[in-house]
Design a protein around this ligand. Structure first.
Ligand SMILES: [Cu+2]
Length: 69
């Protein structure tokens, strides 16, 4: 398991936060995700053999948010 922090722009409210969490946790290999609205970041724990950081970032982008790091 590895834990990465992703910086996300565009989350305005609790709905956005829940949307991003739901999107990331649905990815195979992801075991835990915590989205901090104030800090504009998601802390994601995943199995790097199954999920990739690129795939997680792409999924966040797909639902309409901007991954900045
Ligand atoms: Cu929102």
């Amino acid at each position: 398991m590895t834990t990465e922090v992703i910086k996300i722009e565009g989350m305005m409210c609790g709905h956005c936060q829940a949307n991003v969490e739901k999107t990331i946790v649905a990815i195979e290999g992801v075991s835990e995700v915590k989205v901090d609205l104030e800090a504009k970041q998601a802390t994601v724990t995943f199995d790097p053999d199954t999920a990739s950081l690129d795939a997680i970032k792409a999924a966040v982008t797909d639902v309409g948010y901007t991954v900045v790091a």
